[in-house]
Design a protein around this ligand. Structure first.
Ligand code: COA
Length: 264
């Protein structure tokens, strides 16, 4: 069982085996994103970024029904446009997750709608329970996704499929999400925690230096033309050569033993 290391009003945060789990803990409201959740996720990420014991972060929702059912509709219902603009300024959880230097996994245990789907999109990996449902229902409320989905969803699943999800607002099953590439893996509900833990621990066993460089290199495809990205990859590849972990990884292979990566 993860050990609670920090206390939050809307989150549970635990660390075990170098894997931190952030659980959005508003099951009565289907873990909807209100201002407190948004602020606390950013605070939790700050703490986990600085913690050398943490190599991978899993994000999930409390209860059996929802991962995150989107923005808290009650909270923004009465806002003026200026108030909404103010709420969207400053550090935003979607961008903080996307820019987080350690690998992130969305463990999708139920409804991932609107901002919930966008949290999942901002993560590096997405693993879903078979009963999960994913979608961008904003159109039904007379708004559009504002947490990055109009940009990240087409990059992940292609223009046509992204537009279908955003224009219809219809949620899709975990299996369909896997088929179109919106989630990487679907597992039986009962196995979700275990399979996610195994995936997270596998990745956490590698060098944190390498993991950071890999994320940096792959995420550059979102920002750079191919030739600049390839150049960037070469530079990062050479940077990895400067790490003690590279020496340890190669030595361990030659000595036929498991490497012990120190993150240096
Ligand atoms: N914001 C605020 N409250 C929300 C919410 C959201 N996004 N999603 C669910 N809730 C609240 C409900 O208002 C309800 O509160 P109440 O008990 O005080 O009335 C509670 O969570 C349970 O919701 P309910 O609809 O009864 O649960 P369900 O299991 O039958 O359905 C959903 C779950 C997720 C399908 C449904 O709640 C839903 O469609 N939510 C809105 C999703 C959405 O449009 N998100 C995008 C927002 S931009």
């Amino acid at each position: 069982m993860p050990v609670d290391t920090m206390s939050y009003e809307t989150l549970l945060v635990g660390i075990a085996d170098q894997v931190a789990t952030i659980t959005v803990n508003r099951p009565d409201k289907r873990n909807a994103l209100n201002a407190a959740v948004r602020r606390e996720v950013v605070e939790a990420l700050d703490a986990l970024r600085a913690n050398p014991e943490v190599r991978v972060v899993v994000i999930t929702g409390a209860g059996e029904k929802a991962f995150i059912a989107g923005a808290d509709i009650g909270e923004f219902a009465e806002r003026t446009p200026l108030e909404q603009r103010q709420a969207m300024e400053g550090r935003r959880l979607f961008e903080e997750i996307a820019a987080f230097p350690k690998p992130t996994i969305a463990m999708i245990n139920g409804f991932a709608l609107g901002g919930g789907c966008e949290v999942a999109l901002a993560c590096d990996l997405r693993i879903a329970a078979r009963s999960a449902r994913l979608g961008q229902p904003e159109v039904k409320l007379g708004i559009l996704p504002g947490g990055g989905s109009t940009q990240r969803l087409p990059r992940l699943v292609g223009l046509g499929r992204a537009l279908r999800l955003i224009l219809t607002g219809e949620a899709i099953t975990a299996e369909e999400a896997e088929r179109i590439g919106l989630v990487d893996q679907v597992v039986d509900d009962m196995e979700l925690a275990e399979r996610t833990g195994a995936l997270a621990r596998l990745i956490a066993g590698y060098s944190p230096v390498t993991l950071k460089l890999i994320k940096d290199a792959v995420r550059a495809t979102m920002e750079m033309p191919l030739s600049a990205g390839l150049q960037y990859e070469r530079e990062l590849f050479v940077t990895a050569f400067a790490s003690e972990d590279r020496s340890e990884g190669v030595r361990a292979f030659l000595e036929k033993r498991a490497p012990e990566f120190q993150g240096r």
